[in-house]
Write a protein that binds this ligand. Structure first.
Ligand SMILES: *[C@@H]1O[C@H](CO)[C@@H](O)[C@H](O)[C@H]1NC(C)=O
Length: 326
């Protein structure tokens, strides 16, 4: 009887958690364009996880355009992969799925259109969160300054909407139709793996207590190649910094107050994904206190990238009689 009550209670807790997640309203954007495989795989994965999603991406590939902004204009050629005809209006949508929207301007403008125009239309309110990417190719170190993926995430944070920029090593500029026409291709598989891995991080972050992130702050997340990391669960998230700075004191974690750079962590073998906390205005690293807020929120999924096993883990190994470590 007691067991039954406990089981029912657990089931209720589970239901409450799912409905809390599903109420989260997300604008999804990128810089590679609204019709690439990566953003559509991310859209599918977010919807499958119960989020309320509206996609607002550039009509064509706008990689490397940073925080550029302009007034959207009528299309003078087709949208990427012929996903809309030449002469189409400055902003448009898929008639059979009106939550799929393009904006013929920069990533910043697509994010802004999603936040200011589409969110009120579909959600009746501002979005809770903006997801930018996953980008095709990593955005590490000083590259964040020219990245449209990071530019769009920064725009959201500057407008008061917390955001994450995701970027990933494996993939090419291919249409979303590739996901169904060539599901076994490297591009399709990578798009699905990164989309699911992004949801792993978002599930933890979006379930944390409000505010989801401190004001004006965004996260820059980078995934290594899928060549040896063949599932979403293979990735271990590590708290990093964007730029190396031996003089800075970071939040204390993994036995040090100097976070590794995102470039060094993504380059390591072991499927480490970097998570850097950045200031949306400067696109630079933040104080230890601000890093600590994110560390607290993501602690359940954060790992250490140091190759050496900690002395605590060695002791545990010996206690459990699991073998002699050299
Ligand atoms: C529009 O949505 C339909 C239905 O989901 C899909 O078959 C079609 O490929 C989509 N086209 C674009 C450009 O998104």
């Amino acid at each position: 009887m007691i067991f039954q009550t406990a089981a029912v209670f657990a089931a209720l807790v589970c239901l409450v958690r799912v409905s809390a997640q599903s109420s989260k309203k997300i604008v999804l954007t990128n810089d590679d364009g609204w019709a690439v495989a990566q953003i559509r795989a991310q859209n599918d994965a977010l919807k499958a996880a119960g989020y309320n999603v509206v996609l607002s991406g550039p009509a064509v590939d706008k990689s490397g355009t940073g925080s550029s902004s302009t007034t959207p204009t009528k299309l003078s050629g087709p949208c990427e992969f012929n996903s809309c005809p030449s002469g189409s209006p400055a902003t448009g949508f898929n008639a059979s799925d009106t939550r799929l929207n393009y904006v013929n301007a920069f990533p910043v403008d697509a994010a802004r259109f999603g936040i200011q125009t589409l969110a009120p239309q579909f959600f009746g309110s501002k979005p809770d969160f903006v997801v930018s990417g996953p980008n095709i190719g990593n955005n590490l170190g000083s590259t964040v300054l020219i990245s449209g993926t990071v530019g769009a995430a920064s725009e959201a944070a500057k407008e008061g909407i917390p955001s994450v920029a995701f970027s990933a090593a494996t993939g090419g500029q291919v249409s979303y139709t590739t996901l169904t026409s060539s599901p076994a291709s490297t591009n399709s598989k990578a798009a699905l793996i990164y989309a699911a891995a992004s949801v792993r991080l978002l599930d933890v972050l979006l379930a944390s207590s409000a505010p989801i992130l401190p004001s004006g702050i965004s996260l820059n997340v980078n995934f290594p190649s899928t060549s040896s990391c063949t599932s979403a669960s293979a990735f271990k998230f590590v708290l990093t910094r964007i730029n190396s700075n031996s003089g800075a004191t970071d939040v204390q974690t993994c036995g040090t107050t100097h976070l590794p750079t995102e470039s060094s962590v993504v380059a390591k073998s072991g499927c480490f994904a970097s998570v850097s906390v950045f200031d949306a205005s400067t696109k630079g690293d933040v104080s230890a206190a601000t890093q600590a807020v994110v560390l607290g929120k993501l602690s359940s999924i954060l790992a250490c990238s140091s190759d050496a096993m900690t002395s605590g883990a060695r002791r545990q190994f010996r206690v459990l009689g699991l073998g002699n470590l050299q």
